[in-house]
Structures are given as C-alpha cells and as structure tokens.
Design a protein around this ligand. Structure first.
Ligand code: NAD
Length: 495
C-alpha cells in the first residue's frame, strides 16, 4: 500500500477505503471467488487499495437476497420508501466532504468538482426520486359509458444497474434512485475503475436502515460480473450507462431474453457557435463544455463548429482561455484539470492526439503528457485543441472521451447542421446564438437527444435525458425513469 501524498488531510484520508467489499443481503462481504483487483490512485499512479473481484456466485447470492427482499419492498408504501431514501440523502449530505474526497481520490477529478458537482448531484438524485414517488399518478380511460380503464404501474422485480467511471456516484445514484423508489430491488455494479464512493454509499445504506437485500452493490470487472449480471435469467431489466460497444454486447445478451433495456452510451457532441453569439460568454462556456472533468463527460462538446466570419477571433480567444487552464493535483484548489482516470485511458487519449496529427490536424495547444511535481507517475495531460481536420475524419467521428477538441469552421446554418449531424452519435449539442429563430430552427434539426441553447449541462432532473443513434436507447430522468422501472398494467372494468 502506498504512503499517501502530503497535501491530503488526515481525516479525509482515513475515510478513503482501501478494501472495497460487496454489499449483499445487508452486509459487507469479500467476493466468493476470493479474488481481488488493484485500485489505482490516478493522481500519483500508485496502487492504494484492492477491490473484490466478484463472479457469478456473488451475482447469485445478491440475486437471492434481492429476490427475497422484493415482496416486502414492492408492497411497502411510497411514504416508507421515500422516508428511507431521504434519510440516506441526509447521511450523504452529512458525509459530503468525505464522499467528495473519496470521489476525487479514486477518479482523479478536481476535489472542487467532486464537492460542487458530483456529490451534490448524487444527493439530489436520491431526494428527487424519493419525493417524485409521492406525487405520481396514472392514467384512466373512460370508454363512452361502456367501461373504465385504469393503468397500474407496478415494480418490475429484481433489476440491474450498471454505471461507468466518469461521474461515479452521480450516475450510480441516477439509476438506483428511480429503481428503488419505484419498488424494485436492485443489483448495482459500479465501475471497477472507480468503486470507492459506491462502497462508502453502501455503508450509508446500512446506517440508514435499508432492509437487507433491497440494494446490493457488486464489485468486479465487466467480464467477471457485468456479463453474469446481464445474463442472469431472474434479472428483469437492465439500465446501463457506458460505452457504445459495451452497450451493444449487453443488448445482444439481454434482448433474446426479452429484458427491458435502457442504454445511455457514448457521444461525440457538437458545439455550434454562430457569429451573433455573446462572444466572451461563449468562449468561456465552450471551454468549460470541452474540458470539464478532463473532457470525460459524455456530454462534453468535443467538436466546436464556428461560423467562419468569427473563426479567427474565436480561435485566438479560445486557445488563450485553454492555455490558462491549470493541470495539477486534483486536491489543489488551483487545479482546473486533474488526472485522467487511468493509465490505459490516458494512453488511448494520447493515441488520438497522434491520430489527429497524422490526419493532418494542426495542434494549436497542449496534447502532451505532463508530470506534476511530487506526483510524477500520475496520469496528467495538457488539454489539446486542433484545427484543420475534416469533419468526416476519424478524430472527428470517434469518441475520444478526454481533453482533446477540434475547431471546425462553417459558412451557413445548413453546413453547421450537416457537420453537427455527421457522426454515428447523437447524445447532446449546444448552440450559441443571440437569434431566437436560429436557435429554434437548429434545435429542431439537430439529431441529438438534448440541445442546450446558450448554455451547457444545465440540468433539470424532471426532463428526459438520453441519446439517439449510437448514443443510446430509451430515456432517463423524471417520469421517464420511473416508467422504465415499472410495468404498465391496463385494468378494464365493464360498467
Ligand atoms: P464501459 O462500457 O467500459 O463500462 C461501463 C460499465 O459497464 C462498467 O461498470 C463496466 O465494468 C461494465 N461492463 C463492461 N463490460 C461489460 C459487459 N460485457 N457486461 C456488463 N457490464 C459490462 O464504459 P466506461 O469506460 O466505464 O465509461 C465511458 C463511456 O461511458 C463513454 O463512452 C461515455 O460516453 C459513456 N457515458 C455515457 C453517458 C450517457 O449518459 N450517455 C454518461 C456517462 C458515460
């Protein structure tokens, strides 16, 4: 185990879990396989702990616990589930600093981001769905005096929630909160790259008094545990957020078993900057959209399309802004960009910098791996900005999921839409203009599930969230998520 580096406080460090256990049947347990995998500290590149590498026997134990818990949980009142979830949210709020520290430590993201974005949003996710179920209603259809139909929305059973490493607790809670609130029991699998916050969360569930088996958290890799989870015949629905390729694999297993499936997948999002935008605000917000969380947000705007009449001015201001971003120790309050999540991912992102060069791109700034003093083996790189690349080249078509963006000039609204829509992905886009007509015309024609006008990642949890094309199937958020985690049953009463 490493000696942890100096800038961390003793109190927060003791909270960082060095042994990540499963939460099954109300207790914390090592994997039945007896296997462990290493947990890395991206800021220093050192191994700081070990993670239970579970297998199909652990899936079966968790399934048995969830199945036993289902009758009581699904028949409990909405008020009971709501109160319990609100108690859990209060405990998360109490531990906000600890959770933020753990998230930053495990993921490499700036502590300031974990403290102001990830953990507050994770708490909001729990509170949102805990209260949403108190306000639900279902439809009734009267058949002209012949009969009355009403719709029951009933929990599905035991469901699986699988989440990625980029916003670990944020996306983990975004799935389990509606699943639990709707009355399902859950087998959840956080990413093996960032399992620590979900482990602390498991302890808070115990403290909050969650009944055994209602939520089970399993740790391990995609092959060791994700695949057995998806293929388990008792799992009735799978909610997955992660890469498009993994989503395709999961769909190929789940579809023949007729499981309900929600897939939130990759993105290659376009930022459309029109000449009449509010220039200064657009420059700083598009830089934020490009490089937040080291560019590792599925919503990051990595292709910045700029109207030609302001292209040179925008390029100069944007590159100047990016050069001011400080890459450094995630726990340093001055760091805007922390460490990339893992060494393999850093190498993948750096390989795209080389690809962009080989495709004829001109590197305007950044793109190098760098060393941070005292953390020489950490996974750091300078944010990179390219220009001169064809919209149809691989750099502009494939998801990089790191701090690499391209600038692309366009002449007309039609051309902007053509470039924006020319990738296989369709998650999100943002449009920067002061013309209401332009914004509405373009929003209607963008092939994405989400369009932000003069903003980015401004989220209202009631709104539908998800992508089109290879960015996913289905929607999360608000009633969409509660609908996914319930079966609609039509009851018809003849008068
Ligand atoms: P990933 O697909 O490698 O892994 C996601 C999760 O799936 C992890 O928990 C992983 O262990 C598990 N997994 C891997 N193989 C599996 C299998 N065969 N069966 C079941 N589970 C399996 O993705 P990642 O690298 O963790 O995350 C990055 C990707 O997630 C990016 O493509 C990003 O765009 C996407 N993402 C999408 C959204 C969205 O809302 N659309 C949000 C965040 C991230």
């Amino acid at each position: 185990m490493e000696t942890l580096h100096k800038s961390t406080t003793e109190a927060s460090l003791t909270a960082v879990p060095t042994e990540i256990l499963n939460y099954i049947g109300g207790g914390l347990k090592p994997a039945q396989t007896g296997k462990w995998i290493s947990n890395f500290h991206p800021a220093s590149g050192r191994i700081y702990g070990q993670i239970a590498e579970s297998g199909s026997e652990d899936v079966q134990s968790a399934y048995d616990a969830a199945s036993a818990a289902f009758p009581a949980w699904s028949n409990s009142t909405a008020k009971y589930r709501s109160d319990l979830m609100l108690r859990l949210a209060d405990l998360m709020e109490r531990d906000l600093e600890v959770l933020a520290f753990i998230e930053s430590y495990d993921n490499g993201k700036p502590l300031s981001v974990a403290r102001t974005v990830d953990i507050p949003r994770a708490i909001s996710n729990i509170r949102f769905f805990a209260t949403a179920i108190l306000h639900g209603s279902t439809e009734a259809h009267d058949m002209d005096g012949i009969a009355l139909n009403y719709t029951l929305r009933q929990p599905i059973g035991v469901v699986a929630c699988i989440s990625p490493w980029n916003l670990p607790l944020y996306l983990f809670t975004w799935k389990i909160a509606p699943a639990l609130a709707a009355g399902n029991t859950v087998l959840a699998k956080p990413s093996e790259i960032t399992p620590a916050s979900a482990f602390h969360f498991s302890k808070l569930c115990i403290e909050a008094g969650f009944p055994a088996g209602v939520l089970n958290v399993l740790h391990g890799t995609g092959p060791s545990i994700g695949a057995p989870l998806v293929s388990h015949p008792g799992i009735k629905a799978v909610s997955f957020t992660g890469g498009t390729q993994t989503g395709a694999t999961i769909a190929s297993i789940a579809a023949p078993q007729f499981k309900k499936l929600s897939l939130e997948l990759g993105g290659k999002n376009a930022t459309l900057v029109f000449a009449d935008c509010a220039f200064e605000e657009t420059v700083s917000e598009t830089a934020r959209a490009a490089f937040s969380n080291q560019g590792q947000i599925c919503l990051c705007g990595s292709r910045i399309l700029v109207q030609r009449s302001i292209y040179d001015r925008f390029k100069e201001a944007f590159v100047a802004k990016v050069k001011l971003l400080k890459v450094g120790d995630p726990q340093d309050a001055q760091s805007n960009i922390g460490a990339i999540v893992s060494e393999p991912h850093l190498l993948k992102v750096l390989s795209y910098v080389e690809l962009a060069k080989s495709e004829g791109g001109k590197l305007l700034c950044g793109g190098n791996r760098i060393q941070v003093e005292g953390l020489e083996n950490g996974y750091y790189m300078e944010p990179a900005v390219f220009e001169g690349l064809d919209p149809y080249c691989r750099t502009n078509q494939e998801e990089i999921f790191g701090p690499v963006v391209t600038l692309i000039p366009f002449d007309t609204e039609e051309e902007a839409l053509q470039f924006a829509n020319c990738t296989p992905y369709g998650l999100a886009s943002s449009v920067w203009t002061s013309n209401l007509g332009t914004s509405q015309r373009v929003a209607a024609k963008l092939q994405t599930g989400i369009v932000w006008i003069n903003c980015w990642m401004l989220r209202d949890l009631r709104t539908p969230f998800g992508g089109v094309k290879q960015s996913g199937v289905g929607r999360e958020g608000g009633w969409e998520a509660l609908r996914f985690f319930t079966e609609a049953k039509n009851v018809c009463i003849k008068h």
